[in-house]
Design a protein around this ligand. Structure first.
Ligand code: ADP
Ligand code: MG
Length: 725
């Protein structure tokens, strides 16, 4: 693992500063945990008042310890922590865990002290975990440098938590559920070490098959995404994360449709997706998914076989599979025939395979083997309801045996793949995931324990097993998605910079309609002819110049959504109507937006009606340019049919965005109409993506609508806000 974290992952000697003989103190729990976790190195309690703690010689200060110390755990009052950290630095301790709370989380003085902590750590080039954390537990070393109530079971799950209290509860629950961990860390305030450091370390850890993270914020969105992409794709370690709490999205007033639709929730969800991180919606799912990843082979496809002894749960599983984008596999004819031949009283040999409520373990045995052997099947969910005759434990044994044989078959030659069942059924050479759903509680408990002992995750309800498979399928698709670079267009960069400079010279941040149209044109989008008319007569002259019919729009840097106050008149056909339109929209502007600067009216060429879509961007404080696409027009915020990506995006991602909105069928052409030009939408998305990626001064952008025709698309309303400098 990465060398700067060596002290945390391979410590030979650990000091507990603030060790205590009082069993009600954290300083006692820390020493006690270190003593009882199987740690092979030295433990040095530090406490000036006691010469001996829990049978160990105690020292007055870390400087009195005669030997080198790799890791120090500090649990003393907050006011003394900085000084003691400096002592650790002088002693040359490379890793320090600060358990003590009362730093950044309390604000004010605490925040100042946390900065001092970090400065001290930098000064001595030591790495610091916390403050305000529970510590670190490692079942591989083994090491328990935490005040958690005991040691978790060993396992393949590495878990980091930004909440110590949640971690504490999860460890306790996991223990009862028989869920094991390889590494566990409580991140605390993340003053120095953050999720980045542990994801990097665990990504290359052979003992950790899956990384779980409970996060409340992410420090560096771009670095997080780059690292997670590497870990999930190159290193093949899945990451499952849950993000709670809202992040301060800044105090900037939101002035666009995109800005009001793009919350930090969207940004996180989008960033996770684009970085290959599986986003769990609840703590329960976090662990549901992790068990499947930690104990079962990754699913190769989305075709699922459901094996059950009751109809209802089979239907539940089928419905859940459909929702999850999994396919209830079409079993091969040979499989169906053999199921019928070998299990004469089978209720259904079609998927879901129903072996009946009175089935014994031998029916499960043959059905599971046949399902696994079927080339049309990628995974199996084994459902059991404890009915009168059901032999729960025996069935669990059988499932465990078949899975073990399949796993062995991978390693051994195919000929040794002999089944002890009455007939021989060749198990697949490449193992497929098997998840169990033994439903109930009292009657299935012992059976579930058998399954767990053999690495077969059990889920209380079919939907949960299906969702775990869905997470696996999602990860499989991520691994197989081709990585394509975004295209690069030649923009008129000078023109773009010139416009931004001009806006800033005026002391504005919002671009005028004509300016944002010029930007759109400079990046290669089609825009209607448009001119600003300052008075009625100019309006008539410009309308004639552009050519009737035209559109009149109120021109004001303060009026964001012009239609809201009747500031847009389409289909103006002659001079008379032009005069009327000018008077009407300027009067409305003065009336409904009193005090707003009104420059006059923008006269635009009238564009043939088409499908209206929106392309927008809102800059997220963590992840940067959050690109939005959706059904456009004046009802965007009502319909909320939008999807997001963090720019820059590739062509495949642009296409995916177009396909993901609910009204995607409207973009394919419905009821015999000609479909709108999807390629033009895709091109516009890619160009905007490049613009917002290359020009970080753009903080918000709305193209609404982009009017899409059978051929081509026109940006008729473009709004943009830039940073002041
Ligand atoms: P706002 O969004 O500020 O209310 P828009 O400029 O988007 O104003 O205009 C509102 C609606 O008017 C658009 O959704 C579109 O249907 C129509 N519209 C605007 N400009 C044109 C144009 N040049 N040609 C045809 N229709 C237009
Ligand atoms: Mg608009």
């Amino acid at each position: 693992m990465s060398s700067s974290l060596e002290a945390f992952f391979h410590p030979r000697a650990v000091a507990v500063i603030g060790a205590s003989r009082d069993s009600e103190k954290i300083g006692y729990a820390l020493v006690d945990n270190l003593q009882h976790c199987g740690f092979k190195g030295q433990i040095y309690p530090i406490n000036p008042k006691s010469p001996e703690i829990l049978g160990l010689k105690s020292y007055a200060s870390i400087n009195d310890v005669p030997d080198e110390v790799d890791l120090a755990v500090i649990a003393i009052p907050a006011s003394q922590v900085v000084a003691v950290l400096a002592e650790c630095g002088q002693k040359g301790v490379p890793g320090v865990i600060v358990i003590t709370a009362g730093f950044g989380e309390i604000g004010g003085e605490g925040r100042k002290n946390e900065r001092l902590l970090v400065e001290t750590a930098r000064q001595y080039t030591l790495r610091l975990l916390g403050p305000n954390c529970m510590g670190i537990i490692d079942t591989i070393i083994p090491l328990n440098a935490s005040f958690a109530g005991g040691m978790p079971l060993p396992g393949h799950i590495a878990f980091m938590s930004q909440s110590g209290a949640l971690a504490q509860a999860v460890l306790d629950w996991a223990c009862a559920e028989g869920i094991g961990f390889s590494r566990f860390v409580s991140l605390g305030n993340k003053a120095d070490l953050t999720e980045i450091d542990f994801i990097r370390a665990w990504g290359e850890d052979p003992h950790s098959k899956v990384i779980l993270a409970y996060l409340e914020d992410i420090r560096d969105g771009a670095e997080f995404m780059a690292l997670c992409r590497q870990v999930t794709r190159q290193q093949g370690t899945p990451i499952i994360a849950i993000k709670s709490g809202t992040t301060a999205a800044g105090t900037r007033a939101v002035s666009s449709h995109t800005g009001s639709l793009a919350g930090s929730e969207q940004a996180y969800d989008t960033a996770f997706k684009q970085a290959g991180v599986i986003h769990a919606a609840s703590v329960e799912r976090l662990f549901d998914y992790s068990l499947a990843f930690a104990y079962q082979p990754l699913v190769a496809g989305n075709r699922l076989a459901i094996l059950t002894n009751a109809g209802g749960p089979g239907i539940l599983a089928t419905d859940a599979a459909e929702r999850a984008g999994l396919q209830v596999a079409n079993l091969a004819a040979a499989t169906i025939n053999r199921l019928r031949a070998l299990i004469p009283d089978i209720a259904s040999a079609l998927n879901p395979i129903d072996v009946r409520g009175d089935a014994f373990e031998d029916s499960y045995d043959m059905a599971l083997r046949l399902a696994l052997a079927d080339a049309n099947v990628d995974s199996v969910v084994v459902i059991l309801t404890p009915q009168k005759l059901t032999r729960v434990e025996e069935t669990a044994q059988v499932v465990a045996r078949v899975v073990a044989e399949m796993n062995r078959a991978e390693k051994e030659s195919p000929t040794s793949n002999q089944s002890p069942a009455a007939v021989s059924i060749d198990l697949p050479l490449t193992p497929k995931p098997v998840l169990a759903c033994f439903m109930g509680e009292a009657h299935v408990k012992a059976g579930i324990s058998i399954l767990q002992e053999h690495g077969i995750p059990n889920y209380a309800f079919p939907e949960r097993a299906i969702e775990a498979l869905q997470a696996m399928w999602q990860y499989r698709q991520w691994l197989e998605r081709p990585l394509v670079q975004p295209p690069r267009f030649a923009f008129d960069d000078d023109r773009l910079r010139q416009i931004f400079a001009q806006v800033r010279n005026d002391g504005r941040v919002a671009l005028a309609e004509t300016e944002s149209h010029d930007i759109a044109a400079a990046i290669g989008l089609k825009v209607p002819k448009a001119e600003l008319a300052r008075n009625r007569e100019e309006a008539v002259a410009l309308a004639r110049l552009i050519g009737y019919p035209v559109v009149f729009k109120v021109a004001s840097p303060e009026i964001l959504h012009k239609s809201d106050l009747g500031g847009v008149r389409v289909g103006i056909n002659n001079d008379l109507e032009a005069r009327g339109a000018f008077d009407l929209i300027t009067a409305r502007a003065h009336r409904f937006a009193p005090g707003a600067q009104v420059w006059g009216a923008t006269i635009q060429e009238m564009v043939t009606p088409g499908r209206e879509v929106i392309i927008g961007m809102s800059r997220d404080p963590q992840f940067g340019p959050l690109l939005m696409f959706g059904l456009g027009g004046i009802y965007v915020e009502v319909l909320k049919d939008v999807v997001f990506r963090i720019a820059p995006i590739s062509e495949a991602e642009a296409q995916a965005m177009i396909n993901e909105i609910h009204s995607a069928p409207l973009l394919r052409g419905v009821r015999g109409e000609q479909p709108p030009d999807r390629d033009a939408i895709c091109q516009a998305l890619l160009r905007v993506s490049q613009l917002v990626h290359e020009f970080p001064e753009i903080v918000e952008l709305d193209i609404n609508p982009l009017v899409v025709h059978e051929q081509g698309a026109v940006a008729v309303d473009v709004r943009m806000v830039i940073t002041p400098e």
